[in-house]
Design a protein around this ligand. Structure first.
Ligand SMILES: Cc1ncc(COP(=O)(O)O)c(C=O)c1O
Length: 367
């Protein structure tokens, strides 16, 4: 698989050009409103003095860094505000690989394709380890894969695409094995607010000095276009990451940071709970219709994706295009998420038409 050019935009473009109505379940763009305070924060910002339109500190607006630090119970000095979780992952991964502590990077298969793409961009070697059948971490095989040449392990919980929420003891076991081999663990928690069972526990609670936690508000505040995320580094590792962030980006957009700070301050837990309720309803109705389509599927504990497998219809790019043309539903090929779920298709439930899409699938596969 070529991960250097992620395939999401290719599928979206194909769906957009189709000669029929297509329900887009490709991307992870939330279809609901951001917190009200985002719009208010932007309006207020527009009225600010021109001096507020200039560079913020490179590592992020101080009040925002402090707010994130308070929420994650860490020292603000450990926080860098980044251009989305995507950049936070890049900084964490680059930090692991620039240490000359090994260039092997253990990633869990199925894998969010931007991770292996970044590994090869950074000169590392990807080593895929299969997730357990239910999508959670297979601790034994993950730890077995970690050795003297391992510099980095990347974990993602709640997981895209399996929907698994890793239990903290599994993460601890991987982090301890990584420490034995002087490897860093990047834990991407961008879906932390989408934890349907309430079982998510952050890797920050391990208080380990080889763990970098990344996250952001693209999903939780439904603002993927704002590009605000963050990385929390162990104190001893952060300075070179700050320098890399500064040299690549200078800083992160100030109006976006200001609006996010406003939203953190003004938004209560009900906003996030409503998003979870909306998604669990969609998971229920989507999977009910998948039952009627005779599909095997994963029921996510977190994030907002469902993996489905239809007999005799593997998750290839070709089959994804067939479903766009013939069923009017666009998903992602399982084959773009590593090798473990080649037979599967991934559907993002971030459309109010999720049930209609599953009905289309049921009809198509009943034929
Ligand atoms: C696992 C994972 N990490 C990171 C990202 C990117 O997040 P951001 O928009 O905060 O850069 C995504 C987006 O889909 C994702 O699924």
């Amino acid at each position: 698989m070529n991960y250097e050019t992620p395939q999401f935009f290719h599928v979206m473009q194909y769906a957009a050009a189709a000669d029929r109505d297509v329900i887009d379940m490709v991307s992870g763009n939330p279809d609901w409103e951001p917190p009200e305070a985002i719009r208010d924060g932007l309006s207020e910002y527009a009225e600010s003095d021109a001096s507020e339109f200039q560079y913020p500190p490179s590592d992020g607006l101080k009040p925002l860094r402090e707010e994130i630090a308070a929420r994650r119970n860490v020292d603000p000095a450990r926080v860098i505000v980044t251009n989305g979780t995507g950049e936070a992952n890049y900084l964490g991964m680059a930090r692991a690989l620039e240490r000359d502590a090994g260039e092997d990077c253990v990633l869990i298969d199925p894998v969010y394709p931007y991770y292996p793409g970044k590994v090869s961009m950074l000169g590392g070697e990807t080593q895929l380890v299969d997730a357990a059948r239910n999508g959670t971490l297979d601790v034994e095989s993950t730890c077995e894969a970690i050795g003297p040449e391992t510099g980095l392990i990347v974990l993602n919980t709640p997981n895209n695409p399996t929907g698994a929420v890793y239990d903290i003891d599994s993460i601890r076991a991987v982090v301890e094995t990584a420490a034995d081999h002087d490897a860093l663990v990047v834990v991407d928690e961008v879906y932390d607010h989408f934890d349907f069972a309430g079982s998510f526990k952050s890797a920050l609670t391990l208080d380990a000095d080889n763990v970098i936690v990344t996250s952001g508000v693209s999903k939780s505040m439904a603002i993927t276009g704002f590009r605000v995320g963050y990385a929390i580094f162990p104190q001893d590792l952060i300075e070179p990451a700050k320098t890399r962030h500064m040299l690549v980006n200078v800083t992160t957009s100030r109006p976006a940071q200001q609006a996010v700070y406003n939203a953190y301050r003004e938004t209560g837990p009900d906003y996030y709970a409503a998003a979870r309720d909306r998604l669990t309803d969609r998971v229920d109705s989507f999977t009910e219709a998948l039952d009627r389509a005779g599909a095997e599927y994963t029921t996510p504990d977190g994030a907002f994706y469902v993996l489905a497998r239809f007999d005799g219809f593997p998750g290839t790019m070709e089959n994804v295009k067939t479903l766009i043309d013939e069923a009017g539903v666009a998903g992602m090929p399982g084959s773009t998420f590593g090798t473990a779920r080649n037979d599967w298709l991934r559907f993002a439930l971030v459309t109010p038409r999720a049930t209609e899409a599953a009905e289309r699938l049921a009809e198509y596969f009943a034929e």
